[in-house]
Ligand binder design. Structure first.
Ligand SMILES: Cc1cc2nc3c(=O)[nH]c(=O)nc-3n(C[C@H](O)[C@H](O)[C@H](O)COP(=O)(O)OP(=O)(O)OC[C@H]3O[C@@H](n4cnc5c(N)ncnc54)[C@H](O)[C@@H]3O)c2cc1C
Ligand code: SF4
Length: 294
């Protein structure tokens, strides 16, 4: 199960034209949180909001659709959303919290829920955990290098960044600069080299761009909660779906990338193990199926 356990996988997008315009892909994260807020399934969501520096995200507790939408779009550096969860409950008084997380953060949240030492007040208040796919992440300094030095663009002019087709794209109002990924190679966060999860296997709902056409997202519903909320949003007309393409540019591509990520990380883990260095627990190529759920 290279893609983790899931109930259904579809291609989907928000039906809201404004969300379509500002979202990274199909706007699934924003559409789901706005719907869940309207329906009182959550009373707020921790998102990666804009920070003081351009493209440096800051975790925010969003309690209105406007605040959700202000955080739309991918920032290719860390947003410590998990750190904000405690404040969402303690300072904002939320009882039903939504949050968006990259796979490593999703793992942290599930671990916190399974072993809630010192966070019992929070563990059962996570009402919707939306996971986003992640191949790698970059320190903010790396991002600044890509934008200012490699692309020669002022960060405040950047409107969007995305990765696809072997390139890191930097969009401004009137230009798109494509850096081949070999230019960004070596700038990744070191810890990502031992990461075995591409598709946020432990989320309620996972989503990403790979496997679907531009402007659409691939969505995997995983838990009962995720399935119920996603289906309700589709029934309400907030999200539209079509069958995921099983072929070369669909599920096959997603499976291929998830497998490559796991195999590459497993190799690094094995090397570390041979050197007596610490490794992520439970990860071992000696397991019967090393690519199974971690
Ligand atoms: C570091 C990184 C690497 C990624 N790599 C891949 C990949 O290899 N393949 C792939 O298919 N997809 C990848 N994605 C996911 C993809 O870029 C989109 O985030 C995803 O498809 C959701 O798009 P959307 O239109 O549904 O979301 P939107 O409606 O645009 O909302 C995006 C949500 O993500 C949150 N967010 C933005 N940046 C971060 C961050 N750094 N950390 C946590 N939350 C954040 C925002 O707060 C917002 O709520 C990556 C995302 C990140 C952050
Ligand atoms: S590659 Fe893994 S460790 Fe790195 S940011 Fe993405 S989910 Fe986290």
């Amino acid at each position: 199960m290279v893609l983790g356990t899931y109930k259904e996988v579809v291609t989907a997008r928000s039906t809201d034209k404004q969300i379509q315009k500002i979202a990274q892909d199909g706007g699934i994260v924003s559409a789901l949180f706005c719907y869940a807020l309207d329906e009182k399934i959550i009373d707020g969501a921790v998102v990666a909001g804009p920070g003081e520096d351009f493209w440096k995200p800051e975790p925010k507790v969003a309690m209105s659709s406007d605040e959700i939408l202000a955080a739309a779009g991918t920032k290719y550096t860390f947003s410590p959303n998990v750190w904000m969860l405690k404040q969402a409950v303690r300072q904002y008084g939320l009882e039903k919290v939504g949050t968006v997380a990259i796979p490593c953060q999703t793992m942290g949240i599930r671990k916190m829920q399974s072993y809630p030492f010192g966070v019992r007040f929070l563990a059962d208040k996570i009402a919707l955990l939306t996971g986003i796919f992640c191949m790698e992440n970059f320190p903010y300094e790396s991002l600044k290098t890509f934008i200012s030095e490699k692309a020669g663009v002022s960060p405040e002019l950047v409107e969007k960044m995305d990765i696809g087709k072997g390139k890191f794209f930097i969009h401004t109002a009137d230009d798109v600069i494509a850096l081949p990924l070999k230019e960004t190679h070596g700038y990744e966060q070191n810890g990502c080299k031992v990461c075995l999860d591409y598709v946020a296997e432990l989320a309620d709902v996972s989503t990403g761009s790979v496997g679907s056409p531009d402007g659409w997202s691939t969505v995997l519903t995983r838990t009962g909660t995720g399935e119920t909320i996603f289906k309700a949003a589709v029934d309400a007309g907030v999200i539209e779906t079509k069958p995921v393409n099983e072929g070369k540019f669909g599920l096959e591509m997603l499976t291929k990338l998830a497998t490559q990520k796991k195999e590459k990380a497993m190799k690094v883990i094995d090397e570390k193990k041979a050197m007596g260095l610490p490794i992520p627990y439970k990860a071992s190529s000696e397991k019967e199926d090393p690519l199974a759920n971690i």
